[in-house]
Design a protein around this ligand. Structure first.
Ligand SMILES: Cc1cc2nc3c(=O)[nH]c(=O)nc-3n(C[C@H](O)[C@H](O)[C@H](O)COP(=O)(O)OP(=O)(O)OC[C@H]3O[C@@H](n4cnc5c(N)ncnc54)[C@H](O)[C@@H]3O)c2cc1C
Length: 385
């Protein structure tokens, strides 16, 4: 029997879930405030997403990977983390193979997901519409849209971002950590090669990272206090170039700005439950990661895939035992890295005098080696899903 699943949010996680439900007998109603044109051709948003090997496997199985334009998938061979001007670095290498994963721009991921799901037979797309109210009970789900219309169904999948209105409507609390820092992301060109290595270093009052893209091009990621981020964003191109050249200290040769910085205020969120009556949370709505460990979308994709596996052919996709199983599995998969990231970010954004020698000491003594091993394993984890 065909049942109806209402998906709120057509971001990367909502689209991944809908795509993972291809071939299911159930009908999917996807509601997303952005226009169809914007979903089909999303503008660049500056995010370069490090995809793990496991995400690559899932995206290949979903038929999404082949939609990435040629020359827009960049291997991430290894990563190193430095503290200030110290010569010691924590190295993160692949456990297997010759790469930790691949970097693909967020808008390319969204575009490829949309292209693969747009002709899916079991999908009703409601673009340019927002859900304003949602309620669930053991018999079903009801959502009200901003044009006054209603949709009813058997399962609600909330994928409406880390500050999710649906999560609130479902009365699920979330722990939220705000850092008072903003991440600025842009592309720069440089005259010296990056060799596929990403570098991140923690300096006084800021963190800087370079993500290797095409030859002679990297994604520059600068994390600074919120007020400083506003000041930097207001600078003209020439002033930005000279500021960034100062941050990089000539290590990548001559640099030039390719795109202007986009700003992301940083916060981590973790929902108290990932499921309740006839509803499940996926993507950032369940777990909103800090970008430093590059796992937000990777976790979102995994959650969408696992939820779809459980409900795809179920007689009742909103059955409580299925949703509880999903919630437990995803909590176990995400909680350790979430907590490790929260503590790591705390240590590395703490610029009080006593934190600096602790960081330097940890790198020098190799105290972060277990972290680097975990990161290496997580990023290049087994290709099985
Ligand atoms: C700078 C930066 C770098 C990152 N790097 C990485 C990385 O290297 N690796 C990685 O895995 N992750 C990374 N991430 C995280 C990744 O970008 C996010 O985890 C991912 O985009 C979240 O997708 P989502 O679909 O859950 O949420 P979102 O992208 O926030 O999408 C939510 C969607 O819900 C819609 N919506 C909102 N309200 C409603 C409503 N009421 N009704 C209907 N629809 C609604 C919105 O329009 C939106 O389309 C990074 C993030 C940032 C900021």
């Amino acid at each position: 029997m065909t049942r109806t699943i209402i998906v709120v949010g057509g971001g990367p996680a909502g689209l991944s879930f809908v795509r993972s439900m291809a071939g299911s007998p159930h009908r999917l109603v996807l509601i997303e405030p952005q226009s169809r044109e914007k979903l089909a051709a999303p503008p660049a948003d500056g995010r370069e997403i490090a995809l793990t090997m496991r995400s690559e496997t899932i995206l290949r199985q979903l038929g999404v990977w082949r939609h990435f334009p040629e020359g827009e998938v960049h291997p991430l061979r290894s990563a190193r983390v430095r503290n200030g001007s110290s010569p010691f670095a924590m190295a993160i290498g692949p456990e297997k193979g010759d790469a930790l994963g691949h970097l693909v721009s967020n808008h390319r991921i969204r575009q490829a997901l949309f292209e693969t799901m747009v002709d899916q037979a079991n999908v009703d797309l409601h673009c340019g519409r927002k859900v304003v109210r949602a309620s669930t009970d053991p018999r079903g789900v009801r959502v009200c849209l901003d044009d006054g219309s209603e949709q009813v169904g058997d399962l609600l999948v909330a994928a409406d971002s880390r500050f999710s209105a649906m999560r609130e409507q479902l009365e699920i609390d979330a722990s939220i950590t705000r850092f008072g820092h903003t991440m600025l992301v842009c592309r720069i060109s440089h005259s010296l090669p990056h060799q596929g290595i990403s570098t991140e270093w923690f300096d006084h009052a800021r963190t800087v990272a370079l993500l290797p893209l095409a030859e002679g091009m990297s994604g520059l990621v600068v994390t600074v206090p919120d007020a400083e981020a506003k000041r930097i964003c207001a600078l003209g191109d020439a002033a930005l170039e000279s500021l960034f050249a100062g941050y990089l200290g000539g290590q990548w040769g001559e640099i030039a700005l390719v795109t202007r910085p986009q700003a992301y205020p940083l916060a981590m969120t973790f929902a108290e439950n990932f499921a309740t009556t006839r509803s499940a949370l996926t993507g950032d709505t369940a777990v909103g990661m800090h970008p430093v460990t590059a796992h937000g979308f990777n976790f979102g994709l995994l959650s969408a895939w696992r939820l779809a596996e459980l409900v795809r052919d179920a007689a009742d996709p909103g059955a409580g035992d299925l949703l509880r199983r999903y919630a437990i599995r995803h909590r176990i998969a995400t909680m350790p890295l979430y907590e490790a990231t929260r503590h790591l970010v705390g240590l590395y954004t703490d610029d009080r005098l006593f934190a600096r020698p602790i960081r330097a000491g940890m790198l020098r003594l190799g105290a972060l080696r277990p972290v680097s091993r975990i990161m290496g394993r997580l990023l290049s984890e087994a290709r099985s899903t």
